[in-house]
Design a protein around this ligand. Structure first.
Ligand code: ADP
Ligand code: MG
Length: 694
């Protein structure tokens, strides 16, 4: 069985035919909003509403809220002081109001001519010269022109796509779309749901007496129906994928307890209870003739690697090869070192595909894998997927899977075999995703959780230190290093520019070399060549360098137990999971460890909140929960722009009961009404259904 690992990017969704009439620019803007077909417009629901169903007399209009007024223009003209502006006075019998436009087209000043009638919507403020509206939305009217019959939807939009244009598009889509229910009547009755058509119509155009609170807080029954449908679509899609997975074949890897047993005996530690539990789950999966798709979650330092190594050995015991893929070369290198050490004496050949190898060496390694001589291939994704053909691949291990984001949950295709035969997959992640989120987003994956750390670890002491107290930090680093420990110094993150990031790293390195002439200092950053990186890491690993200046490339996986101190500069710029990952690089040995978060005042409110959370919490799951609150699930999963259907309407914190109902309904539907189930998925996810494939 010849096999090549290959990532297939999800094909872009073909725009619907009725979209063809739109200009490319409009279509692009719609795509930015996640709208690719007319039905997406139906599901593009308002953020809020304007009330233009009621006309206020100017004199009686309430302050501090948008109101609709109407009057005859008594005077209008362009003024030049204090700056150029169009000023227009209107009267309605009850009073006079000023409409003020700081930006306007010449056509507007002609349009808003004295004697004409205008209807304006905006906040009416008491200015120096009486009531005024700045930049109101307005339209020219004739007397007795009817008012809006429904509230006016205000949609999420993007630059270059105005509300009016969007409203027209949505209205057109609503009129043309098939809004028939996809749910069987008994489900609608049983769950007391509103019909789908009524719900979307209501939400796009609510009647004037609709409860604004229920609409905006999304508690109205129409919202409930939409959220239910959304969750149901997601549950159905996941189940369909899961079902499809069971139609595919994978080698059944029996537990022979030969190599695995020998590694267990040779390890210098005993597996924790949690490690044993997840290992049992994985080993059970591997024996099945269908591809395993398991996500192994465990906080930083919980010991996922050894579990992966044991899984690998089970594959090898069955004559199958294993691919180990890591997001960075540093991490791949480390896996290589760890596995080589652990498998010493087991007679298992490991092929190491470093970026730093010469083409000739790479070719030689690839040949060892192709011939089946090497049983394990370790490297970065890029290398393994581009360069290697396996003779008999049984298991793929993807480390630090979260770094790739959900959208890159790679679809591993096996070249030269039938599409129905696939290797097992084990994905590992140290960004623990809260349980509810995991169940919802990864419902097509099985999840194992290592929920305890190996014994004997002393928790890392976290300190928040203002940059003004740098001198104390410097002293502390010096003491630690001279005392025989090692330390990391993490350079400030410069998100905007990689060049600037590099410059900062080099500068930090130079400065620290001057600060600590008595210490051996190393440097790693993302732009270094593979060999250089490997050398810098090896020197730190061996203790030859005492202080390692690093960019966030060391965020994932790096494991040097003798490093007990970490300084993170400009910690206020980093995200929660990044800080947690970085901090997880220390506290890996028995010694007491500390992480110093240097920050620059003044802090923004969010930065303050993040630093506080990281200071107060050590449990990765707890931190992820906070992160979810701060950033929302899309950001947390790194999937905001991915096209992966995230929940837009339902909220997993507040709508948990609906999720349970949707889960049960999904099973019922698939069993009793498969055609409707398919229709429902198509309506909600369209082509996106396929993005979810793993
Ligand atoms: P992570 O889950 O973050 O990838 P690692 O697999 O790198 O964690 O493990 C962290 C450290 O703990 C490693 O040095 C590893 O050898 C060690 N380790 C793993 N399991 C145990 C255990 N049961 N007891 C003691 N040390 C362990
Ligand atoms: Mg790891």
């Amino acid at each position: 069985m010849k096999a090549t690992l290959r990532a297939t990017a999800a094909a872009p969704e073909a725009p619907d035919k009725t979209f063809a009439r739109l200009s490319d620019a409009v279509r692009e803007r719609l795509a930015k909003l996640g709208i690719h077909r007319p039905f997406d417009l139906v599901l593009h629901l308002p953020l809020r509403y304007d009330d233009e169903t009621h006309l206020y007399p100017i004199a009686a209009a309430p302050p501090a809220q948008p109101v609709l007024i109407e009057g005859e223009i008594v005077e209008s003209g362009v003024q030049f002081r204090p700056r150029r502006q169009l000023v227009c006075h209107i009267a309605d019998g009850s009073g006079v109001a000023t409409l003020r436009f700081l930006n306007f087209y010449p056509s507007q000043s002609r349009q808003l001519a004295a004697g004409r009638r205008v209807r304006a919507f905006g906040e009416l403020r008491q200015g120096f010269f009486g009531a005024e509206m700045v930049h109101p939305r307005y339209r020219m009217v004739t007397p007795d022109m009817p008012l809006a019959e429904t509230l006016t939807p205000v949609y999420p939009t993007t630059a270059g796509l105005g509300q009016d244009a969007l409203r027209t598009l949505v209205q057109r889509a609503l009129a043309a779309a098939d809004l028939n229910d996809t749910l069987p009547p008994e489900l609608i009755t049983q769950q007391a749901l509103l019909p789908f058509a009524d719900s979307v119509r209501y939400l796009h155009h609510p009647p004037p007496d609709a409860s604004r609170v229920a609409l905006e807080e999304r508690t109205h029954p129409a919202w409930r129906r939409i959220k239910f449908d959304e969750l149901l679509a997601q549950q159905l899609s996941m189940r369909l994928h899961q079902r499809e997975r069971r139609t595919r074949n994978a080698p059944s890897l029996k537990a022979r307890d030969d190599l695995t047993q020998r590694l267990l005996t040779a390890l210098p530690f005993r597996l924790t209870r949690a490690q044993q539990k997840v290992l049992a789950e994985i080993r059970q999966d591997l024996t099945r003739p269908h591809p395993m798709q398991r996500l192994l979650q465990g906080d930083v330092g919980s010991g996922k690697t050894v579990v992966a190594a044991l899984a690998a050995l089970q594959a090898i015991e069955n004559g199958c090869q294993v691919a180990v893929m890591a997001p960075t070369e540093i991490l791949a290198e480390q896996h290589h070192r760890k596995l080589t050490e652990w498998l010493d004496g087991l007679d298992v050949e490991i092929a190491w595909l470093a970026g730093s190898l010469t083409p000739k060496q790479k070719k030689a390694a690839a040949e060892r894998i192709a011939s089946g001589a090497a049983m394990i291939a370790i490297g970065t994704h890029a290398l393994i997927q581009e360069q290697v053909t396996f003779r008999k691949l049984g298991l793929v291990i993807v480390d630090e899977q979260h770094r790739f984001g959900v959208h890159q949950r790679l679809q591993l295709r096996v070249k030269g075999t039938r599409r129905t035969t696939q290797p097992h997959q084990l994905m590992m992640s140290a960004t623990p995703i809260p349980r509810t989120l995991a169940m919802s987003y990864y419902a097509d994956l099985d999840v194992s959780v290592i929920d305890e750390l190996p014994p004997g670890r002393t928790p890392v002491v976290t300190k928040l230190v203002s940059d003004s107290r740098r001198a104390e930090v410097v002293q502390r680093v010096r003491d630690a290093c001279l005392g025989g420990s090692q330390a990391y110094w993490v350079c400030p993150l410069i998100e905007e520019s990689e060049t600037l990031q590099l410059k900062t790293a080099l500068e930090t390195y130079e400065t620290l070399r001057q600060t600590f002439p008595e210490l051996a200092i190393g440097l790693v950053h993302g732009r270094m060549k593979g060999v250089e990186k490997a050398q810098a890491m090896a020197a730190f690993q061996s203790g030859a360098t005492q202080l390692l200046v690093a960019t966030t490339v060391i965020e994932v996986g790096v494991d040097v137990p003798n490093a007990t101190l970490m300084v993170i500069e400009h910690a206020e710029r980093m995200g929660l999971s990044q800080l947690h990952q970085l901090r997880g690089r220390v506290g890996r040995g028995a010694g007491e460890s500390a992480c110093i978060l240097l920050y620059q005042s003044p802090l923004t409110a969010t930065a303050r909140m993040r630093l506080r959370i990281i200071f107060e919490n050590h449990d990765g799951f707890e931190i992820a929960r906070h992160d979810l609150k701060l950033r929302g699930p899309g950001e947390l999963l790194g999937a905001r722009q991915s096209g992966v259907p995230l929940l837009r309407f339902a909220d997993l914190e507040t709508d948990l009961d609906l999720l349970d109902t949707a889960r049960a309904a999904a099973e019922h539907l698939l069993r009793e009404h498969p055609a409707q189930a398919a229709g429902h998925v198509a309506r909600w996810l369209g082509e996106k259904h396929d993005y979810l494939r793993v």
